[in-house]
Write a protein that binds this ligand. Structure first.
Ligand code: PLP
Length: 424
């Protein structure tokens, strides 16, 4: 079957031809290719064309596709059965490994997606504090639960949807959004809502309007003002967890939140999310406490095995130094060639997360990201795709570099980049 035929058929039976909006290529034009298989840093489409993959299943595939250690662990787990709805030792083993790497997560609850992790953590924050309000950052994406679908990043910013029909105003009236990297705005909001503020929820590195690192001291300031207001600080590390460092962004920036959300990497390519915090806080969750949250497939045995296998590999010495080095090489190379061609651009990178913004100035928040030239990105995306480099099909998503991207792949990316810039 050709890509065109797959696309035609998909649109008949799937909404917009896809199961998650950004995959549709609406923001960049054209149509998606259909994957036949992947290996290492590459994907092959149904027509046999090879792509160097910088989407990596939106960050889940930090070790590249079909890593032998993960496949072996998943196959072994599969051999024992697919799901039991009854505890397995693997859930404890993965929770223990996470807890060791992320000490603020003394106890963990596994769910099946990042959306569920964020939704459940908000419920816990509200249940534990007896308060309602949530502060989040403009352009941050925490999944698609009702309370968090305001001024969100990812697909919403990509498709220009400010708020979603179907979400009652009575739900989002408790959600306050402030700009990222603006300590005064955050402090004002915390002060104003302090009597009813359950939590402040942040992606410690914004990665859903493109990559925006926190400015010096910003995360520590959030820690200070939430503590003062007796509200919880929640870090959404669904992207950054086990991605920017072993132990996530909280290890990198040395700021401990009360609750942490994880997903993507900890599932080794299978559907997983998790939230966790101190024992004292997690005691509010059922069955120990009254905050109810449950899931038929939570702690799925195959996903647990794959996640454990992924962490075993990531734990090896120098993994994160090497990932950081790859990110840095790309960032420097991308910007240098834009500068030579007098194309205004900044590349922002934290570890193996990276975004090239066609912008005159550094991008500090969602407003800056939206002001960058996303039309130029669309043209650039198509040129890169023609050269077999698959970048995120949106100017507002992070590029994900995997451990499988080697020197050869980085070189070919930069060479395609140089060619793509000609006449852009
Ligand atoms: N939080 C962040 C920071 C994310 O980037 C995402 C998804 O990209 C989510 C939460 C939602 O995770 P999921 O798509 O697994 O529901």
């Amino acid at each position: 079957m050709t890509n065109a035929a797959c696309w035609c058929e998909a649109q008949k039976y799937l909404v917009g031809g896809v199961n998650s909006p950004v995959r549709s290529f609406r923001a960049v034009g054209g149509r998606p290719f259909f994957v036949d298989h992947g290996r290492g840093p590459y994907l092959w489409d149904v027509e046999g064309k090879r792509y160097l993959d910088y989407v990596c299943s939106w960050g889940a595939q930090i070790l590249g596709h079909r890593h032998p250690h993960i496949l072996k662990a998943a196959r072994k787990a599969l051999g024992r059965g697919t799901t039991f709805g009854t505890p397995t030792p693997r859930e404890t083993a993965l929770a223990k490994e996470i807890s060791r790497a992320v000490p603020s997560m003394q106890q963990v609850r596994f769910v099946s997606s990042g959306t569920e992790a964020a939704m459940s953590a908000i419920r816990l924050a509200r249940g534990a504090t007896g308060r309602n309000k949530v502060i989040k950052f403009e352009g941050a994406y925490h999944g698609h639960s009702d309370a968090l679908l305001t001024k969100a990043g990812s697909g919403m910013v990509t498709l220009g949807i400010p708020s979603s029909p179907g979400v009652p105003a009575s739900v989002t009236e408790h959600t306050i959004t402030v700009p990222f990297n603006d300590p005064e705005a955050a402090e004002r909001a915390v002060h104003k809502h302090r009597a009813d503020l359950a939590c402040l929820l942040a992606e410690p590195v914004m990665a859903n309007v493109g990559v925006i690192p926190p400015e010096e001291g910003f995360l520590a300031f959030l820690r200070k003002i939430t503590r003062r207001a007796k509200a919880l600080l929640i870090f959404d590390e669904v992207i950054t967890g086990f991605r920017v460092a072993w132990g996530g962004a909280q290890a990198l920036y040395q700021v401990e939140p009360d609750l942490t959300l994880l997903g993507k990497v900890i599932g080794g390519g299978f559907p997983v999310g998790a939230y966790g915090g101190s024992k004292k806080l997690m005691r509010h969750v059922a069955p120990l406490g009254p905050v109810y949250q449950a899931g038929t497939l939570s702690g799925h045995p195959v996903a647990m095995a794959a996640g454990l296998a992924a962490l075993e590999i990531l734990k090896q010495p120098k993994t994160y130094e090497k990932l950081e080095e790859k990110g840095r090489r790309l960032r420097e190379g991308l910007v240098y060639d834009c500068w030579r061609r007098q194309i205004p651009a900044v590349a922002q990178q934290v570890g193996s997360l990276l975004t090239l913004f066609f912008s005159e100035k550094p991008v500090r928040n969602a407003g800056d990201a939206r002001a960058a030239d996303s039309r130029r990105y669309s043209g650039y995306f198509q040129r890169m795709l023609r050269k077999g480099i698959y970048l995120p099909p949106s100017a507002f998503e992070a590029w994900f570099v995997s451990a499988a991207h080697g020197d050869k792949e980085l070189e070919s990316t930069l060479s395609a980049h140089r060619a793509a810039l000609k006449g852009l």
